[in-house]
Design a binder for this molecule. Structure first.
Ligand code: ATP
Ligand code: MG
Length: 230
């Protein structure tokens, strides 16, 4: 499903180079839910953005369903992202002047799907994430946890092969955080959707069966319990 193949990344600002990721190598199978754990600055978001095709790596390869995404042109990549990849942001990134349902429908608008079908799909997904009663409200009328549920529904509407989430509970209190992780675990279990969830919280990471750990841009090989100091 996902293969990260000897991936390295450095940022270049003028003459200055900042190495951020060093020879990262792992695979994620279809239907897995994996946490990507590391302290601030360890390179989690950089790795996630590379895997989601939002930028190109300095070295190495990222394969999604066998497609090396770093070799695609900008147009190919945009199309590939639209059809294969879902993304959940820490700050939800909902469009304020669209209703909850319209926000969820938006990725299908870009695919030219008919309004009736879009609406049916969006309402079904919103019901699944527990927001069946809120479809015609605006994001500002919802709590943070509810807004994140909307963004989860939006990430799933194109039936992506894999969903990447960057600190999806970073803006939420502990109780709401637990509910959102519960929802992701349930979606993974019932729908076999593959998830990669970035977090700096060991409590969140421990809830997924598998944890990939980064430290200073290097993959940590030892199991989570050993050597964990957060
Ligand atoms: N555009 C950029 N140019 C230069 N350096 C960058 C750029 N983006 C990130 N970095 C550096 O790369 C390193 C890793 O950043 P990254 O955002 O991937 O960390 P992170 O693990 O997501 O941290 P956090 O938990 O704080 O979100 C940091 O040292 C950061 O300063
Ligand atoms: Mg980050």
């Amino acid at each position: 499903m996902l293969a990260v193949d000897h991936l390295s990344h450095r940022f270049r600002n003028g003459n200055e180079e900042t190495p951020v990721l060093h020879d990262i190598h792992f695979t994620v199978s279809k239907g897995e839910i994996v946490s990507l754990l590391g302290s601030s600055g360890s390179g989690k978001s950089t790795l996630l953005n590379l895997m989601a095709g939002l930028m190109k790596p300095s070295k190495g390869s990222i394969l999604i369903n066998g497609h090396p995404i770093e070799k695609m042109s900008e147009n190919q990549l945009a199309e590939f992202r639209r059809t294969h990849i879902g993304f959940i942001f820490q700050s939800y990134e909902l469009i304020p002047h669209l209703t909850v349902r319209e926000n969820v429908e938006l990725p299908l608008v870009f695919q030219g799907i008919k309004a009736k079908i879009r609406k049916e799909k969006a309402v079904a997904l919103l019901t699944k994430v527990g927001l069946g009663e809120k479809t015609e409200m605006f994001p500002s009328q919802l709590s943070g946890g509810q807004q994140q549920r909307v963004s989860i529904a939006r990430s799933l509407i194109t039936e992506p092969a894999i969903v990447f989430a960057d600190e999806p509970t970073g803006n939420l209190d502990t109780k709401t955080e637990k509910e959102i992780i519960d929802l992701l675990l349930e979606l993974n279990k019932t729908s076999q959707i593959t998830f990669v969830i970035v977090t700096h919280e060991i409590e969140v990471a421990k809830r997924t069966r598998r944890v990939i750990q980064l430290r200073d841009g290097y993959l940590v090989e030892e199991p989570l319990e050993a050597g964990e100091d957060e």
